[in-house]
Design a binder for this molecule. Structure first.
Ligand SMILES: [Fe+2]
Length: 163
């Protein structure tokens, strides 16, 4: 079965999945680098490539391509929660906490290796970084489909704009 068909079959009947259900569904896909690579999008207006592989009101499945040396904006996922699976490469996930006046402070980071999962609980503010020398490709499943996501800045980033 083709990848997109397998993904649709795994996610289309979900009604109110937990992040753990999403993880199970991703795990059952038994994703391989070769199989996923034809869907990898090159970055255009964002620092990373993004391709939606499945979307319903309940679930959104996205393939992210973070080239070596790149990082995402610091962001949340609105009211959605989900999980991600690293298909290729090694991801550094930085977690932030919302502080005074809407700025965020880094509160921790973890490395997510190829074949490992990353949970994104509701309200999590994070940034994904690729500090390695090869690309990172990861598959993300969120429920419900994302809306009202926000981007955040650290105080140091804001200082960069002000002279
Ligand atoms: Fe995210």
């Amino acid at each position: 079965m083709k990848l997109l068909e397998s993904i649709e079959q795994a996610f289309r009947n979900m009604t109110d999945p937990s992040p753990y259900d999403l993880r199970q569904a991703i795990q059952q896909l038994e994703l391989k680098e070769e199989e996923v690579s034809s869907y990898v999008a090159e970055p255009s207006y964002l620092p990373y490539g993004r391709k939606v592989l499945f979307q319903s009101e309940v679930v959104e499945v996205i393939l992210i391509h973070l080239p070596a040396g790149r990082e995402t904006m610091i962001h949340d996922h609105g009211a959605s929660r989900g999980c991600a699976y690293v298909v290729e490469g090694e991801l550094t996930n930085k977690i932030y906490e919302l502080g005074a006046e809407g700025y965020v402070d880094e509160s921790g980071e973890s490395v997510v290796k190829q074949g490992q999962f990353l949970y994104a609980p509701e309200g999590m503010i994070h940034q994904m970084c690729n500090t390695g020398t090869r690309r990172v490709v990861s598959l993300h499943a969120y429920t419900p489909a994302m809306s009202n996501t926000k981007v955040y800045h650290t105080y140091e980033q804001v200082l960069d704009y002000v002279i």
